[in-house]
Design a protein around this ligand. Structure first.
Ligand code: HEM
Length: 338
């Protein structure tokens, strides 16, 4: 009798869970197919065209969009909370002050709204845009899942607490990524996004002049790189200059495994980039990816898909924003004084 009631309780639970899952939306490939007023509308194609056009004007949209996905997904999940305007919203938190690409997403959203109004979330547009960035940067095409909804809240202090600082240790980084369900190989692979883009001197200045308060440079940094970065980032400079994250001059703007080869040669610019090559928990993956660009492409795509699934909001949670910078029920702006 006891066995029977346990079994029937289990079955009821399975039925209930299934029922709940059917009530909710889902995250899947091709979620928007057939959802727009015209069946012929292909939302992913619209985003692709929009991002390609903007890439034609400024190729640095590639790193901008990759970093945007990371900073969105790490705070409240991939819910486009980073896009919300407001004095105390995430985008105004110090770790996000160098994040770019908001206007690129606005344009893609406007393009999508023209033929599919009120249907496509800003959080999905960030994910589709990052995929296009990978392809435009020379990486591999991959399918992305869609069906996310947009969050209603954006809180600067959460961005401060959850986004990693340049000098984070490997141990803390592993714990941070693990808290979001991302394992060590995927963490290392995702840091491989530093195959494109730039860093401000302020993010690695300590490695040049006062590593761990020693008054000296980081001894693990390649001497040639150290001298060149000292030239870009003089000790008492008033400008916060930029350095390429991938030190291969032929590949600094290409999505490939060259970053991993560079860090194997002690040419990592940001502290964490170099440390994943020194630490035995992470250098196995560094080695694997540095040796094979085909493996890198496949692993990188898979890791971005996992990042894109972090704490997503599914129907009926959240909303579909009309403008990515404000929630639909945000108070109307004050009337103009004209
Ligand atoms: C522990 C992990 C990470 C740390 C500490 C870190 C830190 C940083 C820092 C300090 C910069 C330079 C920002 C600036 O000075 O403007 C940067 C840039 C960048 N990060 Fe990361 N990052 C991490 C992981 C990631 C991940 C997982 C991604 C993507 C999935 C990513 C993508 C990028 C990109 C593409 C840039 C270049 C941005 C541009 O050129 O505008 N990073 N990161």
């Amino acid at each position: 009798m006891k066995a029977f009631s346990t079994v029937s309780f289990g079955l009821t639970l399975v039925v209930l869970v299934n029922y709940i899952c059917l009530c909710y939306g889902d995250l899947r490939i091709g979620y928007y197919q057939g959802k727009c007023p015209s069946n012929r509308t292909d939302v992913e194609q619209i985003v692709k065209r929009s991002i390609s056009a903007q890439f034609g004007l400024d190729a640095t949209v590639v790193p901008a969009l990759l970093r945007l996905q990371f900073h969105d997904c790490f705070v409240r999940g991939c819910d486009a909370s980073i896009l919300l305007d407001g004095p105390k919203s995430e985008k105004n938190a110090p770790p996000n002050l160098t994040v770019r690409g908001y206007d690129v997403i606005d344009k893609a959203k406007a393009d999508v709204e023209q033929s599919c109004p009120g249907i496509v979330s800003c959080s999905d547009i960030i994910i589709m845009a990052a995929r296009e960035a990978v392809v435009l940067g020379g990486g591999q095409y991959f399918d992305v899942m869609t069906g996310r909804r947009d969050g209603l809240y954006s809180i600067a202090s959460q961005a401060v607490n959850l986004l990693p600082a340049a000098e984070i240790s490997v141990t803390d980084s592993i714990a941070l990524f693990a808290s979001l369900g991302i394992d060590v190989p995927d963490m290392v692979t995702l840091i491989g996004s530093h195959t494109v883009g730039v860093s401000h001197c302020s993010a690695f200045q300590d490695r040049l002049y006062n590593y761990n308060n020693t008054g000296k440079a980081d001894p693990t940094m390649d001497r040639g790189l150290l001298n060149s970065l000292k030239g870009t980032c003089p000790q008492n400079a008033t400008n916060d200059n930029l350095a390429n994250l991938d030190q291969n001059p032929l590949s600094f703007n290409i999505v490939d495994n060259s970053f991993f080869m560079q860090i194997q040669n002690n040419k990592g610019v940001i502290g964490i980039d170099q440390e994943i090559n020194q630490d035995k928990r992470t250098n196995v993956t560094v080695h694997l990816l540095a040796n094979d660009n085909v493996i890198f492409n496949a692993q990188f795509a898979a890791a971005l898909v996992k990042l894109g699934a972090v704490n997503v909001l599914l129907d009926p949670l959240g909303e579909i924003r009309t403008l990515c910078r404000s929630t639909n029920d945000a108070p109307a702006p004050p009337p103009s004084r004209r």
